[in-house]
Design a protein around this ligand. Structure first.
Ligand code: NAD
Ligand code: ZN
Length: 366
């Protein structure tokens, strides 16, 4: 098969002939029909750059069709439409059994961001599987506990985005922050994750939603998803937390950081009103510590984090697909570009320069 291989950090991906072994026990092989690109893919390639993880195949936001199943697989059959999950749901560990979290302990996080035992080989080298998914490829092999079966009528070139960005932002508002009707919210960062957070705040009944971004080109899109007010931190010469506090009589009820910058995480927390404000960290970074003065928390603010919007994938993803099919969730509006997998480096450039929301890549161009 063809796949976009990241041979080393900070270098363009290379389309290569990759061998993908058949699924082993409890695994399925998925034909990837469409894959989005998320900022986390760029983070791994350009920011975290853990050399030991390369070569690898990036991509974790996709939809596809089961091609074959390994021994012991009963839940899936060839032809099923599915979304691979970067957080598994084994249904057996103590985290899966708790309704409080989606942090299944069988996930790729425990395996240091890559599945060491991947089914990919290229030029005699083992290729690591990023996020346990690796969707910048024509096929991938995933354990059945990290796959969600979805409605067979779902258009895969759209619902692929439910595999990361949409669930992440929407769930951060609805599941993690638990935004209340009539509340005031602020979303920092208006990529797909932030826009989905705006959509989640709106669905939860927020009355005012501040959209915050240093790229004002994002504001028009934010309006489509329900933002009511637009703030560019570059337009002010004082801290944005102070600006928001002045606009909201003391701060917002909920804030969501969807950038991946520890300074913005601090601003988002400090933009919350004392007493009950809740701030959710969604943006991803492991490069720096995050800080605030303790009094910010002592005064009654809550600082939380959210992975994949708190959704348990096997349960949540099919529901989100259904919501889209029932016209209760926007998906198409996130897609600004469609490309083929061999244009993956162009898609990376677009995201790097803030010129897209989501690019959907087709691994099987005619
Ligand atoms: P994106 O690059 O499309 O969007 C990021 C946005 O942040 C851009 O619009 C950019 O202009 C804006 N921004 C940059 N600096 C800013 C600042 N100082 N203040 C305000 N806005 C600023 O990215 P995305 O795909 O939407 O992902 C957003 C973040 O979410 C990334 O950090 C990504 O790694 C993370 N993420 C987390 C999870 C999770 O499970 N927690 C899942 C997916 C993605
Ligand atoms: Zn992602």
């Amino acid at each position: 098969m063809l796949a976009a291989v990241a041979w080393e950090p900070n270098k363009p991906l290379v389309i290569e002939d990759v061998e993908v072994a058949p699924p082993q026990a409890n695994e399925v092989r998925i034909k990837i029909v469409a894959t989005g690109m998320c900022h986390t893919d760029l983070y791994i390639l350009f920011e975290s750059m853990k050399k030991e993880s390369f070569p690898m195949i990036l991509g974790h936001e996709a939809a596809g069709i089961i091609e074959s199943v390994g021994p012991g697989v009963t839940e899936f059959q060839p032809g099923d439409k599915v979304i691979p999950l970067f957080i598994s749901q084994c249904r057996e560990c103590r985290f899966c059994k708790s309704p409080k979290t989606n942090q299944c302990e069988k996930g790729w996080i425990e395996t240091q961001h890559v599945l060491k035992d991947s089914r990919f080989t290229c030029k005699g080298k083992k290729i690591e599987q990023f996020a346990g998914t690796s969707t910048f490829s024509q096929y991938t092999v995933v354990n059945q506990m990290a796959v969600a079966k979805i409605d067979p009528s779902a258009p895969l070139d759209k619902v692929c985005l439910i595999g990361c960005g949409i669930c992440t932002g929407y769930g951060a508002a609805v599941n993690t922050a638990k935004v209340e009707p009539g509340s005031t919210c602020a979303v920092f960062g208006l990529g797909a994750v932030g826009l989905a957070a705006v959509m989640g705040c709106k669905a939860a009944g927020a009355k005012k939603i501040f959209a915050v971004d240093i790229n004002p080109e994002k504001f028009e899109k934010a309006k489509v998803f329900g933002a009511t007010d637009f703030v560019n931190p570059k337009d002010y010469d004082k801290p944005i937390s102070q600006v928001l506090a002045e606009m909201t009589n003391g701060g917002v009820d909920y804030s969501l950081e969807c950038v991946g910058n520890v300074e913005v995480m601090r601003s988002a927390l400090e933009s919350c009103v004392k007493g009950w404000g809740i701030s959710v960290v969604v943006g991803w970074t492991e490069l720096h510590d995050v800080a605030t003065r303790p009094v910010q928390l002592i005064a009654g603010r809550t600082w939380k984090g959210s992975m994949f919007g708190g959704f348990k994938g096997k349960d949540g993803v099919p529901e989100m697909v259904k919501a889209y099919l029932g016209k209760k969730l926007l998906v198409d509006e996130f897609i600004t570009h469609n490309m083929t997998l061999d244009q993956v480096n162009d898609a990376i450039e677009l995201m790097k320069h803030g010129k897209c929301i989501r690019t959907v890549l087709n691994p099987f161009p005619q």
